[in-house]
Ligand binder design. Sequence first.
Ligand SMILES: Cc1cc2nc3c(=O)[nH]c(=O)nc-3n(C[C@H](O)[C@H](O)[C@H](O)COP(=O)(O)OP(=O)(O)OC[C@H]3O[C@@H](n4cnc5c(N)ncnc54)[C@H](O)[C@@H]3O)c2cc1C
Ligand code: FES
Length: 275
Amino acid sequence: MRTDISKIRIVIIDQIVQETSTIRTLIFKDNLCYKSKPGQFIMVWIPGAEELPMSLMSWDKKDYTAITIHKQGYGSTQLHNKSKGDIIGIRGPYGNHFKIKKQSRKVLLIGGGIGVIPLLKLATQLNEYRVDTTLIIGARSKDEILFEKQANYFLSETMHKVVVTTEDGSYGIHGQATDVMARILENEKFDNVYTCGPELMMKKVFDIASSHSLPVQARLGRYMKCGIGICASCCIGEQLVCKDGTVFNEKKLRFMTEFGQINRDKSGRKAILHY
Ligand SMILES: Cc1cc2nc3c(=O)[nH]c(=O)nc-3n(C[C@H](O)[C@H](O)[C@H](O)COP(=O)(O)OP(=O)(O)OC[C@H]3O[C@@H](n4cnc5c(N)ncnc54)[C@H](O)[C@@H]3O)c2cc1C
Ligand code: FES
């Protein structure tokens, strides 16, 4: 029997990993999420609190999946504070996904902050297809670097490089992930670029990749209420991020005048993106 992905499924938190002081990974059993494609997301219902969109992580135990939560405001703090054995509700997986072109031999991935999460699931697939992969993980400081070890593990069967950058120089290469991307592209050729992270970073990635005529796929985020294309809270121009995305290629990104410029708050009011 097919499971209806629009209905909430109740799952029990099986394991919790403390990644940093403000970031935790919750692991639970769900076959649909286990089989999800890289870049897809779920809506997570936190009983008595909120429902939030969350990216799906790669988890290598059959039928298990994981979400990684950065504790920010009320909803994410409630989710972050869950314990082993607690229940949450999930809908999805929703949205389109990163696509690996058949002719791809060598690709470049750029992830900033928690944006590295959907890229890890992509890395797992690139590993399976033996695509030569360079992953740049950007963070503000050493304490905020996520999943360097896991990335090397998920890419262990293919040629790969994991490069870490920190803005304060406390670990890896000093600078922004996009500076390193620009330097790498001076010497190496790639077939595709994939990115997820703060939108201003993704806009820079798009601009740099475009200057090298490289195709890009970017995983965008917007305020989401329904997650299934009904409420329009996630619109970016004509596109609904939850339904038409969340992954957009360079052909779509080029015509999105709000990309890297404007976000919308809970009430739909436009807000200018700042560094
Ligand atoms: C497709 C997608 C995938 C995401 N994946 C992750 C993830 O893997 N891990 C993670 O920690 N966070 C993820 N987020 C962000 C997460 O959904 C929340 O936005 C974030 O946790 C802050 O929520 P809050 O209620 O704690 O904070 P608040 O203080 O209420 O808000 C902080 C910021 O988050 C935004 N926000 C709040 N609620 C939503 C919502 N329903 N949809 C979109 N933005 C919202 C607000 O506009 C504000 O800018 C994702 C968002 C999207 C759209
Ligand atoms: S979140 Fe409702 S249309 Fe996208």
